[in-house]
Design a binder for this molecule. Structure first.
Ligand code: FAD
Length: 388
C-alpha cells in the first residue's frame, strides 16, 4: 500500500509563493459560480483582445502549463527531474483548422521527439490527431461518409504528417502517445493509430493509443485489439484513462437521439478502468501501459498488481502519468517509492492553450473529489511549512 499523504514530498518542488498561488487557485476553482463566470469572462476577454494574458500567465497558466515555448518549459522539467518525476512535452494548441497550423503542430511534435531522445527525463512524446488534421475530416472518416476531392487531398497530407512523426519516433526509439478524443471521431483515430502501431511497433511499443474507460465498449476493444496485435505480430502501447468529455458525450447522444457511449455510472467506469489495467498486466509480454489517472485507488491498485506479477517498479513497460499542476501527491510519492512517473507538461501560446485551461478549470469545479483533496493537501502543506 502506497501512502499518498506525505505533503512534504508532494510539494517539495514548489516554492512558498507557488504553493500559496496553487491554494488560492484551487479555492477559486472549487467555487462553481466564480469558476463558471471566470472562465466565461476570460474566454470573452481574449476574443475581444482585452489585456488579460498577463493575468492568465501569472495564475492558471503558471499552475497548469510549462511555458509558451519548449525553452520556457526547461525550468519546470528540470525541477520535476530533480525529484525523480519525468516530463512529457504536450503542445496543447487546440481548435485549429488550417493546413499551416497542422504543419506547425507536426513540426513542434517532431521537436519534442528530438528532445525526448536527448533528455533521459523525457521518456515520451505526445499529440492529438486533431492537432494535425481537421476535426471535420475525422468526423467524415468516422461516419464512412464519402470525401470530396479536396478532402481526399487533405487526408493524404494528414496521413503523411502522422506517418512522418511515427516513423521518426520509431527510428529514434522514442515512444509517442496519441490522445483519445470524442467518440464521434475516435473510430477514425483508432483506425489510424492501429495502422501506425502495425507499422512501427514491430520490436516494442512505440506508438500508444488511448482508451477512455468511461465508454462501455472499450474493454472489448482492448481485447479485440490485443488479438489483432497477436495475429499481426506487433506490440500494443496503451494509455488507459477514464475520459475527459463525459458531459459533452451524454448531451450529444441525447440531442441526436442515439444511445450514450458512456457508462451508466462512475462505478462502471471504475470497474472497467481496473479491468483494463488488470488485463494489460496479465498480458504484459505483448503490451506496455501508461496509467493516466489522478485516482489514488487506481494508482495504488497498479502498484499492487506490479508486486503480484513480480514486475520491477522501474520496468519501462509501465508508467504512471499525471497532468502538471494536479495530483502532485500521487506523482511525487510514487516517484519517491521508485515507480516510473511522468507529468504531462502542456505548452503553447496562452491564447491557444485556453481550451486546455478551461477543461482543467471545469474539471476542478466541484469541492467534492479531486479538488477537495487538492485543497486539503495544499492547506496542510502551507500549515506544515509555517510550523517547520
Ligand atoms: C496523464 C493523463 C492523460 C490523459 N489523457 C487523456 C486523453 O487522451 N483523453 C481523454 O479523454 N482524457 C485524458 N485524460 C483525462 C482523464 O480522462 C480524466 O478526465 C481525468 O484524469 C479524471 O479521471 P481520474 O482517473 O483521474 O479520476 P476520477 O476522479 O476517479 O474519475 C473521474 C472520471 O470518472 C468518469 N466519471 C465521473 N462520473 C461518472 C459517471 N457518473 N458515469 C461514468 N463515468 C464517470 C469521468 O471520466 C471522470 O473524468 C488524461 C488524464 C491524465 C492524468
Amino acid at each position: 500500500m502506497i501512502s499518498f499523504d506525505n505533503t512534504k514530498t508532494a510539494f517539495k518542488y514548489k516554492s512558498d509563493k507557488e504553493l500559496k498561488r496553487a491554494l488560492w487557485l484551487f479555492k477559486l476553482m472549487a467555487n462553481p459560480t466564480i469558476n463558471s463566470l471566470g472562465t466565461k469572462m476570460l474566454a470573452t476577454s481574449l476574443k475581444l483582445r482585452l489585456p488579460v494574458i498577463g493575468l492568465i500567465k501569472g495564475t492558471a497558466f503558471a499552475q497548469f502549463c510549462g511555458g509558451e515555448s519548449i525553452d520556457e518549459c526547461n525550468q519546470t522539467m528540470d525541477k520535476l527531474a530533480e525529484h525523480g518525476v519525468q516530463s512529457l512535452l504536450d503542445y496543447s494548441v487546440e481548435g485549429k483548422e488550417a493546413e499551416e497550423d497542422f504543419n506547425r503542430t507536426a513540426k513542434m511534435v517532431s521537436k519534442t521527439i528530438d528532445i525526448s531522445k536527448a533528455n533521459p527525463s523525457v521518456p515520451f512524446a505526445v499529440f492529438k490527431l486533431t492537432g494535425v488534421m481537421a476535426l471535420s475530416l475525422l468526423e467524415k472518416l468516422n461516419d464512412g461518409s464519402p470525401l470530396t476531392e479536396q478532402e481526399e487531398k487533405q487526408y493524404h497530407f494528414a496521413i503523411k504528417r502522422i506517418d512522418k512523426i511515427c516513423k521518426k519516433a520509431c527510428s529514434l526509439d522514442v515512444p509517442v502517445m496519441i490522445d483519445a478524443e470524442e467518440s464521434w471521431i475516435q473510430g477514425a483515430i483508432d483506425q489510424i493509430v492501429e495502422e501506425m502501431m502495425m507499422n512501427y511497433n514491430k520490436e516494442s511499443a512505440i506508438i500508444y493509443n488511448t482508451l477512455q474507460m468511461y465508454r462501455h465498449d472499450r474493454l472489448d476493444y482492448l481485447k479485440k485489439t490485443h488479438r489483432h496485435s497477436q495475429v499481426n505480430g506487433y506490440f500494443l502501447g496503451m494509455k488507459i484513462v477514464r475520459g475527459a468529455y463525459m458531459e459533452k458525450e451524454r448531451e450529444r447522444a441525447l440531442v441526436n437521439n442515439y444511445p450514450s457511449p458512456i457508462q451508466p455510472d462512475k462505478e462502471a467506469t471504475d470497474r472497467d478502468y481496473d479491468a483494463a489495467v488488470e488485463y494489460i498486466m496479465e498480458n504484459l509480454a505483448g503490451m506496455s501501459l501508461c496509467a493516466g489517472t489522478h485516482n489514488e485507488q487506481s494508482s495504488d491498485n497498479l502498484c499492487g498488481l506490479m508486486k503480484v506479477h513480480k514486475i520491477e517498479k522501474n520496468d519501462p513497460k509501465i508508467y504512471f502519468a499525471q497532468l502538471l499542476g494536479m495530483s502532485d501527491h500521487i506523482s511525487f510519492n510514487l516517484a519517491a517509492a521508485g515507480f516510473n512517473v511522468v507529468k504531462y507538461v502542456p505548452f503553447g501560446p496562452i491564447k491557444d492553450v485556453m481550451p486546455y485551461l478551461i477543461r482543467r478549470a471545469e474539471e476542478n469545479t466541484s469541492i467534492a473529489g479531486q479538488t477537495g483533496r487538492e485543497l486539503k493537501l495544499l492547506s496542510e502543506e502551507v500549515k506544515r511549512r509555517k510550523q517547520a
